[in-house]
Design a protein around this ligand. Structure first.
Ligand code: ADP
Length: 427
């Protein structure tokens, strides 16, 4: 018997069994009979042509009708539907056909059902991936919105704090003028010094908040000028000498190749970046510890490392600490002291440092065997800076033409090169 004739022969018992097996309610029965009819017709076409792709359209329609909620609830899905129809069809073949006809038809049906199963699984997988990607996109959008509102909050808070802070600073200064140097006013001067210290720390925090919002909004503009890292680091060492002595620590600066060469960078911003790194190294290193600055020259870059013998940073946190508010410390440990052991802070320093280094076209990362307050494995911060031999903008290029040895002959220099040169020559 022809396989399609054998299939026609089993149509009635097949449709009856399929309807009973699959339709779980009265309402469903009618729509199922249409679906089953279509399924049957496609199965017939597939047998006749030998092309299982005839089943594609119907399984696609089943997968399309299957919602994500069904998937989440693990409801009776299209794949299970295909499998159930398959085993039911094979059973009906065995029960209603001669052995030979059943064998022939089953032999033709198996590859068709295998194709339908494979196609259904692939479609379901694609559907799940699409759904997960959509979920991820939504989550990313929500995170971006959250980050934006965090950023807006910082900008507004910094702006709002600036005015009262200026008032406190101004009135404290006016009050200080009322007390000439003399023993009688000593108490008042101590109190005013306290107000002044508090206001200065608050000013630093407000400035950090402003820097973070500048970086977040890509508005940090750099003022490129000649920089000698050796001088910058020496000044930093001088600034920290009192704190280092107070904490019984050692701050070592090791000369390295390229450190005394002129590069173009934003002097103040670079100083601020290294200052944050040294400040953290001091802060997260116990009394008696060591902070070392070293580096090396690489093709086109200079790498500076700031390492310490402090508490270290766990591998998971090594990337997170560069995010704003990425501080890991206990909030109760936050103090107004910037150098006290584990003093904590607003958690903006490293985010600003990364913003500054990246604005220079460089990169920064941290390395540490882990965080252990007893063993103190230490941390190393690596800063990779492009060795820019010329300023990136035309205006500065003209201004420093004498130093870079690349005079712009088409434009008159607005500043006497000899004066600029003599001012900026390294020691
Ligand atoms: P904070 O104001 O908290 O110091 P930072 O952005 O400067 O903020 O640093 C973020 C966090 O990174 C810190 O809270 C600290 O947990 C960790 N961290 C930074 N530098 C070091 C370091 N040298 N050793 C150990 N942990 C560090």
């Amino acid at each position: 018997m022809r396989k399609t004739d054998a299939l026609d022969l089993i149509y009635r018992p097949w449709a009856l069994r399929a309807g009973r097996l699959l339709a779980r309610g009265e309402d469903l029965r009618e729509s199922f009979s249409l679906i089953l009819e279509e399924f049957y017709n496609r199965l017939r076409q597939a047998i006749e042509t030998g092309d299982p792709a005839w089943m594609d359209q119907i399984v696609e329609a089943w997968v399309d009708a299957y919602t994500q909620t069904d998937i989440d609830r693990r409801e009776f899905g299209p794949l299970s539907l295909v499998h159930q129809i398959q085993s039911m069809t094979l059973e009906v073949c065995r029960e209603n056909l001669s052995d030979q006809d059943a064998l022939d038809l089953i032999g033709a049906l198996i590859p068709i059902f295998a194709h339908a199963s494979e196609r259904t699984s692939r479609l379901l997988l694609d559907r799940s991936i699409e759904h997960i990607a959509w979920d991820l996109e939504k989550a990313n959008e929500a995170l971006a919105r959250l980050d934006k509102s965090k950023s807006n909050f910082i900008a507004i808070a910094a702006h709002e704090l600036k005015t009262p802070l200026t008032l406190i600073e101004g009135y404290a200064a006016m009050l200080a003028d009322q007390f000439p140097n003399g023993d009688a006013a000593a108490d008042a001067r101590i109190i005013l010094k306290g107000v002044d210290n508090g206001a200065r720390r608050l000013r630093e925090i407000v400035n950090d908040m402003i820097d973070v919002s500048l970086i977040d909004n890509q508005l940090l503009s750099l003022n490129f000028q000649p920089v000698w890292l050796n001088r910058l680091l020496e000044i930093l060492k001088q600034e920290y000498s009192a704190v280092i002595a107070e904490r019984h620590q050692k701050l070592e600066i090791h000369p390295f190749q390229g450190w005394n060469e002129m590069i173009f960078a934003d002097n103040e911003r670079l100083y601020q970046a290294f200052r944050n790194l040294v400040s953290n190294a001091v802060k997260y290193t116990p009394d008696g510890g060591r902070v070392a600055i070293d580096g090396r020259q690489l093709p086109g870059f200079i790498e500076v490392t700031v390492s310490d013998t402090g508490i270290g940073i766990s591998p998971d946190d090594q990337a997170r600490i560069f995010d704003k508010f990425g501080n890991l410390g206990n909030v109760s440990l936050h103090s107004s002291g910037k150098t006290k052991f584990k003093g904590g802070g607003p958690g903006l320093g490293l985010s600003i440092t990364r913003g500054i280094i990246e604005a220079h076209g460089g990169s920064i990362w941290a390395e540490s065997p882990g965080c252990d307050e007893a063993a103190c494995p230490g941390s190393t911060f690596h800063v990779l800076l492009p060795m820019r031999r010329e300023p990136p903008d035309r205006r500065s290029a003209r201004l420093f033409a004498d130093l870079t040895g690349q005079p712009d002959l088409t434009q008159p220099s607005p500043v006497e090169p000899a004066t600029v040169g003599s001012l900026l020559t390294p020691e």
